[in-house]
Write a protein that binds this ligand. Structure first.
Ligand code: FE2
Length: 375
């Protein structure tokens, strides 16, 4: 049974349902009203500004039915209704996990255990079946990476992956970049060297939030790809060195790239990014583009470096990694705000030709949310 009650000063509504009680302020209810005078019925956008809120949003009356709550504001007798479900979904008077580094909704950490069940979508299914696409996008939201099989082995096939959910993010490396051995490379990625697990382009702000790498040829010795869950690595650091974890999210690191003429990219962000509420938000980790840190106080620098080395060891630990060798026609996508990628060195006979590009995670999450809303 749904019940509502007003506080003695009429500033707060308490909603009680079978699932518990939640309080809502009058000013919050007024600002977030769902009626046609407050929100455009067509596009849902808010029609009022904060300046339109009365100084006093006291509630005159409140009533509850099985599925909605109706309130009348004292200042103008304006009456608005809220679906009870909407109020419960948006309730802010609730217990919350304030642990620094707690996971965002839908995310699940992993390590080598995920080798036995690498999230994978088959391109012809993803392109033709909304359920398959939804499941694949949800896996990326959960684990921060997924493979794709069944792509055509032709140049530009990686764009077909991006077309499933959004748009390419172009950078100074182009709309896409070729990953194969180059003479006089502008970036160590374009050599046969092994690369420690890293997030891409931490020197950009914002970073490209998704990376797609597709394989056209891979007959060279070595060159396996590896992915590491940065959130899991940060959690391990928090476990063994909570003070070090705090240093890495409390002080900015710096990153830079100036490997080609006319480019001098720099950023100043922490290695472990948390929201103000402490939710794990992003990881920036890249040995090649780390610049000298200058924001860590003098007396904390040794402990900061010790924590960075511990995090690096955790990232290099085979127990952290999922490993695969892409075959022609296969690709993988990583959430570049969370999952680090690496490759083993390659050399000798055979060829390795991958193509990479960036895209935006907000577009992927939007496509996923729209698919979920449609079911
Ligand atoms: Fe990379």
């Amino acid at each position: 049974m749904t019940q509502v009650q007003l506080s003695p000063d009429n500033q707060v509504l308490t909603l009680t349902t079978a699932s518990g009680s939640h309080r809502f302020h009058g000013v919050w209810l007024r600002h977030n009203a769902l009626d046609a005078n407050t929100r455009d019925p067509g596009n849902g956008q808010r029609l009022i500004t904060l300046a339109d809120l009365p100084d006093n949003c006291a509630l005159a009356t409140a009533e509850a039915s099985d599925s909605s709550v109706t309130v009348t504001f004292a200042n103008d007798n304006n009456t608005v209704s809220f679906p009870t479900e909407w109020l419960l979904t948006n309730a802010y008077d609730r217990a919350r996990d304030g642990t620094p580094g707690h996971l965002p909704e839908h995310a699940e950490t992993w390590g080598e255990d995920l080798n036995k069940d690498v999230p994978t979508g088959h391109y012809p299914d993803l392109a033709s079946n909304a359920d398959a696409k939804r499941a694949w996008l949800a896996a990326i939201r959960r684990y921060g990476f997924a493979k794709v099989t069944g792509l055509p082995t032709e140049s530009g096939a990686l764009f077909k992956v991006v077309d499933l959910f959004g748009y390419v993010r172009e950078t100074n490396y182009g709309r896409h970049f070729e990953v194969r051995t180059e003479v006089n490379p502008t970036n160590l990625a374009f050599t046969g060297l092994g690369l420690q697990a890293h997030t891409d382009n931490p020197y950009r702000d914002p970073v490209p939030t998704l990376q797609i790498l597709s394989c056209l040829e891979n007959s060279a010795e070595g060159g396996d790809n590896m992915v590491v869950d940065g959130f899991a690595a940060a959690h391990k650091l928090r476990e063994i060195n909570p003070e070090g974890f705090a240093l890495l999210h409390s002080y900015s690191a710096r990153f830079e790239y100036a490997g080609e003429a006319g480019v001098k990219l720099t950023s100043r962000r922490p290695v472990i990014g948390l929201t103000p509420e402490g939710t794990m938000q992003n990881i920036r980790f890249n040995a090649r583009s780390a610049a000298a840190p200058v924001d860590v106080p003098f007396d904390k620098m040794p402990a900061y470096y010790a924590a960075m080395r511990q995090l690096s060891d955790i990232i290099d630990d085979p127990a952290s990694e999922v490993r695969f060798k892409l075959a022609p026609g296969e690709a993988f996508i990583v959430d570049n705000t969370r999952v680090l990628h690496a490759r083993k060195g390659y050399s000798g006979a055979g060829k390795r030709w991958l193509q990479g590009c960036y895209a935006d995670k907000d577009g992927l999450l939007s496509t996923l949310a729209a698919l979920e809303a449609a079911t």
